[in-house]
Design a protein around this ligand. Sequence first.
Ligand code: MN
Length: 200
Amino acid sequence: MAFTLPALPYAFNALEPHVDARTMEIHHTKHHAAYVNNLNAALQDTEHEGKSLEDLFAIISQLPPAVRNNGGGHWNHSMFWEIMAPNAGGEPTDALAAQINKNFGSLDEMKKLFAQAGATRFGSGWAWLCKDENGELFITSTPNQDNPLMDLADKKGQPILGLDVWEHAYYLHYQNRRPDYISAWWNVVNWAEVARRFGK
Ligand code: MN
């Protein structure tokens, strides 16, 4: 079963003014679609066709770069659309809020460290809030379309929140102002979905 592009769970303009409609449209229908198509092409007629992304990530260092780049691109964007929502933002509650306070001292401190991870990732990549094997939270960043599920990640864990800091995610509206994009992006974070992923 080939991988397919998931439908965006809201309209292209639903995250305005923080993420503009044109960026969302190009990001979903061009960039993400290309990762899906290129991933399927890279896996076709190989022994790895039909495996889950998680199974591929566990051995990604042994697989061709096209699987790493496009498999990561597909997983990362599929998560990205879900952890954003219209009329979102605000603050996490309950167990997730308590865990953030335990590991970072406060929500503001976590957001500061996460924003730093995104702002200082040189070139293209992602910032992540992850859960480790003991249920503790940590922040990391990865280059290109890598993610913390991959066997070659500096720090491995289960991502529960991820931010795309590729220029294609913000350049039309924010140009070179990546930190402005990151601060505006908190207004569209879907904490209910982040909490669901934290609870899994
Ligand atoms: Mn992207």
